[in-house]
Design a protein around this ligand. Structure first.
Ligand SMILES: Cc1cc2nc3c(=O)[nH]c(=O)nc-3n(C[C@H](O)[C@H](O)[C@H](O)COP(=O)(O)OP(=O)(O)OC[C@H]3O[C@@H](n4cnc5c(N)ncnc54)[C@H](O)[C@@H]3O)c2cc1C
Length: 418
């Protein structure tokens, strides 16, 4: 096998496949090195295996509002390849896309594997890209300060330019175990240590664990510290065997992690955010008026899922669910109203890397020239996808970053003078 190429791409995830395919399309001789036995292992599990491929906001300015800390870096790349280009890229290759709530966009087939297939075809179709699977990159070959190639488990490979697409640390079982970032650190790049970012949250409250599998929609979730609401979100929440999850929770994890460094944190669920305390009390009185002789736990079943109402009643008073509605005192009713609007439990942390969708951390954006995705330390090194420290919410924004940065790195690496 030839061991010298124009371009070496390390990592066969979405960013690496896009970069390799693009460079091959432009005529460069490319080697794509991936340590797994397939391309796109993480991509195949994205979006619950449906792949939230992008977020359908065509206006770059509005799209980049979702990257509050790094939007100033991203205008240039998005002026070269943006959401509309993503639609064109996939739809012109026979993968129609559909837009769902909050502009989350999925393949019409609802299959992440179809996205992997389109990208894999893109990698191979030019005939210019060699794919080396089951090959782990162990170190970089640097001579006289110039990056020359890679030492891998399948031998050394040399290239004029290197594209780094080894991912971050989220879901390490898919291959992104962080050694790529260590290698970049070893050649002088500043690496912000990764932390689980978009991740579910943990609690020690056993009653929350016991509700595992139940989801509640249209609720407000507050995070309270020292008696003050520090962060608020609205949407759907899923109870899990360790705590809480769902897009609203996952998108709060970044803030929650910061808050936890300042002391104890409580989550408080408002199950009826459209009603104030008085309105909810009136609603309960009406309900109780109609169901005087029923047990309290039976009367509540029109308002809440049974398992959830049983848990709430147990918190109020362990056996109150058994008593008849006409025996419920005013204080007990007021206590119930308070709980329905302030169902509180401690938050003890985020779930680790294994559960996170994105780990923040990576190469600091200040060391990247975003016009071409080139390293500012090594002119023949390109950085793409999750290797760069860019905070963003869930909703298709991570993969759009991969399409944009991968496409630009592939273009510039293929077109830069030898
Ligand atoms: C469960 C889950 C669901 C997600 N869902 C979505 C979603 O629906 N929409 C969205 O926008 N984002 C989603 N994300 C985030 C998205 O998957 C990532 O942002 C994206 O995969 C990053 O792509 P990447 O190419 O930078 O890195 P990765 O996809 O992590 O790929 C990196 C590749 O590099 C390889 N590699 C690493 N080190 C080496 C080495 N030393 N030698 C050789 N190869 C190496 C790895 O094996 C891996 O294949 C999800 C993430 C997870 C974990």
């Amino acid at each position: 096998m030839n061991h010298t190429f124009d371009i070496l791409v390390i990592g066969g995830g979405p960013a690496g496949m896009m970069a390799a395919g693009r460079a091959g399309h432009l005529g460069a001789r490319v080697l794509l090195v991936e340590k797994n036995n397939r391309l796109g292992k993480k991509l195949s599990i994205t979006g619950g295996r449906r792949c939230n491929i992008t977020n359908a906001e065509p206006d770059n300015r509005l799209f980049l509002e979702n990257f509050p800390e790094s939007k100033q870096f991203l205008f240039s790349p998005f002026s070269q390849f943006n959401v509309e280009d993503t639609f064109t890229f996939f739809e012109s290759r026979g993968l129609p896309l559909v837009v769902e709530a909050q502009k989350r966009t999925f393949p019409k087939s609802q299959k992440a594997e179809d996205v992997c297939r389109v990208l894999s075809d893109y990698v191979y179709v030019s005939g210019n890209v060699t794919v080396q699977l089951n090959a782990a990159v162990r170190s970089l070959i640097v001579t006289d300060g110039i990056l020359q190639g890679l030492e891998t488990s399948k031998g050394a490979f040399y290239g004029k330019r290197l594209i780094f697409a080894t991912g971050g640390l989220a879901a390490p079982e898919t291959g992104s175990t962080g050694e790529g970032l260590s290698m970049l650190g070893s050649i002088g790049h500043t690496i912000k240590q990764p932390d689980p970012n978009l991740a579910p949250l943990r609690t020690t409250a056993k009653w929350v664990h016991a509700l595992s599998g139940i989801s509640v929609d249209n609720i407000t979730l507050r995070f309270v510290q020292n008696g003050k609401t520090q962060h608020k979100a609205h949407g759907r929440l899923l109870f899990t065997h360790f705590g809480i999850s769902g897009p609203m929770v996952i998108n709060s994890a970044h803030t929650v992690r910061k808050l936890l460094t300042g002391g104890a944190l409580t989550a408080s669920i408002d199950l009826f955010p459209d009603l104030d305390l008085k309105q909810l009390d009136t609603h309960l009185q009406e309900l109780f008026g109609q169901q005087k002789n029923k047990q309290l736990k039976t009367a509540l079943k029109d308002m809440l899922q049974k398992k959830l109402s049983d848990a709430i009643l147990h918190i109020l008073e362990p056996s109150i669910g058994e008593i008849a509605v006409h025996s419920v005192t005013k204080e007990q009713r007021k206590g119930l109203v308070h709980l329905l609007k302030n169902l509180s439990f401690p938050i003890t942390g985020t779930m680790g890397f294994a559960w996170s969708i994105v780990a923040d951390g990576g190469v600091t954006p200040k060391e990247v020239d975003f016009k071409s995705m080139t390293s500012k330390l090594y002119p023949n090194l390109y950085l793409v996808g999750d290797t760069i420290d860019i905070n963003r919410p869930s909703g298709g924004f991570s993969l759009q970053l991969c399409w944009t940065t991968g496409f630009i790195a592939g273009t510039h690496a293929a077109q830069s003078p030898a």
